[in-house]
Design a protein around this ligand. Sequence first.
Ligand code: AMP
Length: 208
Amino acid sequence: MNIVLLGAPGAGKGTQGQKLVEDYGIAHISTGDLLRAAVKAQSELGKQAKAFMDAGQLAPDQLVIDLVKERLAQPDAQKGFMLDGFPRNIAQAETLDGELKDMGVELDAALLVDVPFDVIVNRLSSRRTCRSCGYTAGPTVTECPRCGGEMYQRDDDKPETINKRLQTYQDQTQPLIDYYESHGILKAVDGNRAVDEVYVDVKKVLNV
Ligand code: AMP
C-alpha cells in the first residue's frame, strides 16, 4: 500500500496515518517530522528550513524532495509507505510521480481527510504535540500518553502563524485534490468526526 495523505494542517492526517501504519506496517514518512528533527539537530538543512517553517511558508521544494527521496530508499519503505505532508504543491507531486516511476512503484491512493476551515483553526490553536514522538492531543495534556514525552505547543500552531499556514494550504496544496482526482486515485473521507469513526471510513475507501 503506497499512499499520499492530503488535508489541511490539523485535519487529522497524522493521526489517521499513524493508525494505518500501526495496523498495516507501512512506513510513515512525515516531511514536517523530518524537518522538525533536522531543526532540532541544528543540521544545515534544518537551519535552512527553520525560517520558512516559523513563517508558515513552505520550505524550498528541492530541500524537501531530497529528504523524501532518501527516506523512500530505506528498507522499511519497500513494504509500502504513507507520505504525510508531501507533496505540498503541484511541482512536488510531479517530482514524486517521476521518482516513483523510476523506482517502478505506483501510488495506490491519495487520501483526503476533509475538515471545514473553522474547525481547523480551533483544532490547531489548541493542539499540543509531543516533543519526542510527535503524538498530538488537546491543551490539557501535559505528558505524552504514548511515550511519556513533554507536550508543547508548536511555534507554528500559534495564532499568528495558523492563518498563514492555512493560506499557504489553500494557495498551494488544495490544487492537489484536482491533480489526484484527474489521476483517478483520490479517496476522500469526512474528517470532522471522532478519530475512530473517521478511521472506519478510511479503511473502507482504501479497501483494506
Ligand atoms: P507539517 O507538520 O506537515 O504541518 O509541516 C510543518 C512545516 O514544515 C510546514 O508549515 C512547512 O514549513 C514545512 N513543510 C512540511 N512539509 C513540507 C513540504 N512537503 N514542502 C515544503 N515545506 C514543508
